[in-house]
Design a protein around this ligand. Structure first.
Ligand code: BDR
Ligand code: CA
Length: 314
């Protein structure tokens, strides 16, 4: 089993990613860290705790609150509630009864890495503020991270916040760039891959009909995303970005990986937050990441649905 720490900003697709992760015996999840992104930090930490409770995550696997926004500058939260009321598509989950973890996500991650150097994969599903802060404040622990698997960026596809930038990178470009340039082994799952692995309305409905607490919550959240996406594109299906990043940690060969030298644009007037992937070695910089450019969409659909069905009552 791969020991992992999940850093997230739930967020519907973060929620589905957590459901997938906790239904995957390939992963040993040490804890969930929260970061501001889709929603503010209080909401992100509270949503993560509610989701953990819904899943039945034991209290030995903590939910730890992290940064309230970029360290490098001030950022406003998105005006448009992409993830619906409360960040989880209006799905109201029971309040978490576990006591809030007293520590900070960055310190907690550092403790885990100190305890088990070289073992952990960090799965980052939100802006990279916590991860960058960890690698910045504890450079001695960079070598202790086995790999970072992150959802972010748009390598060759258009962005989803600006024409050039994807949300997680746009939300904290300095952090994304910092993480990219630390030399920690990196697998990046950008929009290029996630947009090729759509979840159809039918799967959302199947899950919703199931009626068990996790499956029906997953179904309702996915339906929210599908409806939002189909209103724009006419296609009754949606990308579940963060779940694909978890799938990449569970089964890396589901995706096609291209080695590249990557960085993130932090100053461009029109391109701030853009992932710059040099696949043809134009810059002469050493390759520092594997970028997912393709995916076996049918296999991902099957993996996601079958794993979510493990929460089923039937
Ligand atoms: C990413 O941005 C967020 O809205 C999602 O949770 C995902 O992590 C996709 O661009
Ligand atoms: Ca996210």
């Amino acid at each position: 089993r791969t020991p992992v720490i999940i850093d997230c900003d739930p967020g519907i697709d973060d929620a589905i990613a957590l459901f997938l992760a906790f239904a995957s015996p390939e992963l040993e999840i040490a804890g969930i860290c929260a970061v501001a992104g889709n929603v503010g930090i209080n909401r992100a930490a509270d949503n993560a705790a509610r989701l953990a409770q819904l899943i039945g995550v034991p209290e030995t696997v903590p939910v730890v609150r992290g940064h309230a926004g970029p360290v490098a500058r001030v950022r406003r939260l998105p005006d448009e509630p992409v993830h619906g009321a409360g960040g989880l598509g209006g799905v109201d989950l029971p309040e978490a009864t576990r006591p809030p973890h007293p520590g900070h996500a960055v310190d907690w991650m550092a403790e885990q890495l100190e305890r088990r150097p070289g073992e952990f994969t960090l799965i980052a599903l939100g802006p990279l503020t916590n991860v960058a802060a960890l690698l910045h404040t504890r450079p001695d622990l960079r070598a202790a991270v086995r790999e970072i698997v992150l959802m972010g960026g748009a390598a060759f596809a258009p962005g989803n916040v600006t024409p050039a930038a994807e949300f997680n990178f746009y939300a904290d470009p300095e952090a994304a760039r910092y993480v990219a340039e630390t030399g920690v082994p990196l697998r990046i799952v950008p929009l290029d891959a996630t947009r090729k692995a759509l979840t159809p309305l039918e799967d959302a409905q199947t899950l919703e009909r199931d009626g068990a607490p996790v499956t029906s919550a997953a179904g309702r959240m996915l339906r929210h995303l599908v409806e939002r996406h189909s209103a724009r594109s006419g296609v009754a299906a949606c990308a579940v970005h963060d779940a694909l990043a978890v799938a990449a940690a569970v089964q890396p060969d589901l995706l096609e990986w291209t080695e590249a030298s990557v960085t993130v644009e932090c100053t461009g007037e029109f391109t701030r937050g853009a992932l710059v992937a040099d696949v043809h070695q134009r810059t002469g910089q050493a390759r520092n990441a594997l970028v997912a450019t393709g995916v076996d969409a049918a296999a991902f659909r099957e993996l996601l649905l079958s794993r979510l069905r493990r929460y089923s009552r039937q």
